[in-house]
Design a binder for this molecule. Structure first.
Ligand SMILES: Cc1cc2nc3c(=O)[nH]c(=O)nc-3n(C[C@H](O)[C@H](O)[C@H](O)COP(=O)(O)OP(=O)(O)OC[C@H]3O[C@@H](n4cnc5c(N)ncnc54)[C@H](O)[C@@H]3O)c2cc1C
Length: 496
């Protein structure tokens, strides 16, 4: 099932895959919000820009997001203040506020029909827990001290008791329609977008980018791929998680307006209107990528049904997030190469961070100073604020390496794999990722992730192979869906 944002999809002009060598000023990998915001600023400045997208415009996380735009962070303003102090916490709000205003201005200027509207955001408790109530006071204090218009207030009309904080003047839109609007505007600026053109290798020293069929020479290369491709030290400290989303129609009751964060554990709710039809969207059931604990969609369905009078579930999708060890995104020039840029570590807040990344990276390429470049720079080193998560993630990677390499069961007969099932097993000493399609076809791949050689795990909810180490994901044919891996899962040696 597709995301709800595909309803009334605007489509984009047909961009053929790249099929010949060429030269540009800037090659941008990825047509998500980061890539297209960067491309627009550079195209409007007169540079020759090419966007290479492995799938289609918006097919990444942007098109799988909730479409909420806010100046604080979904994880809360108080934890940010605790880690970074008042000054930085306020800077984050100012920078994000500018980025939301940037989106609003582009929607106006380019006439993008994406249902952008200003609405409040709510952080709500649904059960009376003294401990969490106390934390809400801290959160309110942090929001106000960062300059936000926030107060303790009644929540929107919900069919259950709730209370908490209201933050005025945040926003929502349809993220896919927004990207399609940007893509169509890029055409007018002479920017070329090649869809279905996955980049397989970069040589930053020579300024070269390769797809399967062509090579692009570029003065600047921007990895707007949500996480940098290939091997980067930053990946070692990232927490990579997946989250699930549902669209539903209600039998009775109101569709609540605004950005609604229900706490303990965090679930996000919002409404969406398409023509005369109304929908409720819920997002939650977050877990570490590669570590699955049952049917996450079913858990989310049960969560919504226990709170609303659901008539039917109409949409379901999921998406991935990368949370940085110090809580801020990494944006801009990468270590070791002045012509190579990246943007990652957006957690669940990257529609706004991705827009800020588009502003900061295009400013760097154009040689414009920007006061936030240092704060969010990809070259910053913050050991005091990052050490805990680095240590934790590296222990987890080591544990997976040891457990998955030593603990994989042997398989003597492929007939043991049922239709719809996926399993990693050892066959003649080789670790294999084995899947039988619901129609009975057997698909066998190497289970070794080409990124850093961890063993992939079967994701039952989405029928994909997911790497628990750094979040690379592959479809049942082995092709890369997302994450740092450049290359598909290999065909097993014995079956070549
Ligand atoms: C469930 C969920 C809900 C969220 N909701 C919100 C929200 O409401 N508000 C908010 O601010 N943030 C939200 N986020 C976070 C936000 O959606 C992301 O951080 C943001 O969309 C990332 O944008 P991006 O352009 O950097 O990446 P993407 O949108 O993922 O774009 C990257 C693109 O790169 C392409 N690509 C990858 N590899 C290659 C390659 N080798 N060659 C060419 N192209 C390649 C991909 O196909 C993709 O299209 C949410 C995240 C999740 C998981």
């Amino acid at each position: 099932m597709e995301s709800i944002w595909t309803l009334g999809s605007r489509g984009v002009a047909e961009y053929a895959p790249l099929d010949g060598d060429t030269e540009v000023d800037v090659a941008i990998l990825g047509a998500g919000i980061t890539g297209l915001t960067t491309a627009l600023a550079l195209g409007e400045a007169g540079l020759k820009v090419m966007v290479l997208e492995s799938a289609t415009v918006g097919a990444g996380v942007t098109g799988g997001s909730t479409g909420n735009l806010y100046s604080t962070l979904a994880s809360g303003q108080a934890p940010l203040r605790q880690k970074w102090g008042d000054k930085v916490a306020a800077e984050v709000v100012q920078a994000r506020d500018k980025a939301v205003a940037h989106i609003e201005a582009l929607v106006d200027r380019l006439g993008i029909d994406c249902r952008f509207q200003r609405l409040p955001a709510y952080r709500l408790l649904t059960e009376d827990r003294q401990h969490t109530r106390h934390n809400l006071n801290d959160e309110l204090d942090a929001l106000i001290s960062a300059g936000l218009d926030a107060e303790m207030a009644e929540g929107p009309r919900l069919p259950f008791d709730s209370w908490g904080i209201r933050i005025a003047n945040q926003a929502q839109f349809n993220p896919l329609h927004y990207l399609q609007g940007l893509a169509n505007a890029l055409l007018g600026e002479g920017v070329v977008i090649h869809q279905h053109s996955p980049v397989r290798e970069i040589d930053a020293d020579k300024g070269l980018v390769w797809t399967d069929t062509a090579c692009v020479a570029a003065k600047h290369i921007v990895q707007a791929t949500h996480t940098p491709k290939g091997i980067s030290l930053l990946q070692a400290g990232m927490l990579v998680s997946r989250e699930y989303a549902l669209g539903a129609r209600l039998r009775s009751g109101d569709y609540p307006e605004g950005i609604i964060w229900l706490l303990d554990p965090l679930h996000s709710l919002r409404s969406y209107r398409h023509g005369e039809d109304r929908y409720l969207v819920v997002v939650g059931e977050k877990h570490k990528t590669g570590e699955h604990h049952g049917d996450h969609y079913q858990m989310l369905r049960e969560y919504l049904e226990s709170r609303f009078d659901v008539e039917a579930f109409t949409h379901q999708w999921s998406a991935q997030q990368y949370s940085s060890p110090d809580g801020l995104p990494y944006i801009g020039r990468m270590h070791g190469h002045d012509n190579l840029y990246m943007a990652t570590g957006f957690a669940a807040d990257g529609l706004v961070w991705g827009t800020l990344a588009g502003i900061l990276i295009s400013d760097q390429i154009l040689g414009h100073d920007n006061p936030w470049q240092a704060r969010f720079g990809a070259r910053r080193i913050t050991p005091g604020k990052s050490a805990m998560q680095y240590a934790r993630e590296n222990v987890i990677v080591t544990k997976h390496m040891v457990k998955d390499y030593l603990g994989t069961e042997k398989l003597d007969d492929f007939a043991a794999i049922e239709p719809g099932q996926g399993r990693v097993a050892s066959v003649d000493g080789e670790k294999l990722a084995i899947h039988r399609t619901p129609e009975g076809e057997l698909k066998v791949l190497s289970a070794v992730c080409p990124h850093l050689k961890c063993i992939v795990h079967w994701n039952t909810s989405e029928s994909t192979w997911d790497c628990p180490c750094h979040g690379s994901r592959f479809d049942t044919s082995g092709e890369v869906i997302e994450g740092p891996a450049y290359h598909p899962l290999a065909r097993p040696k014995g079956l070549d």
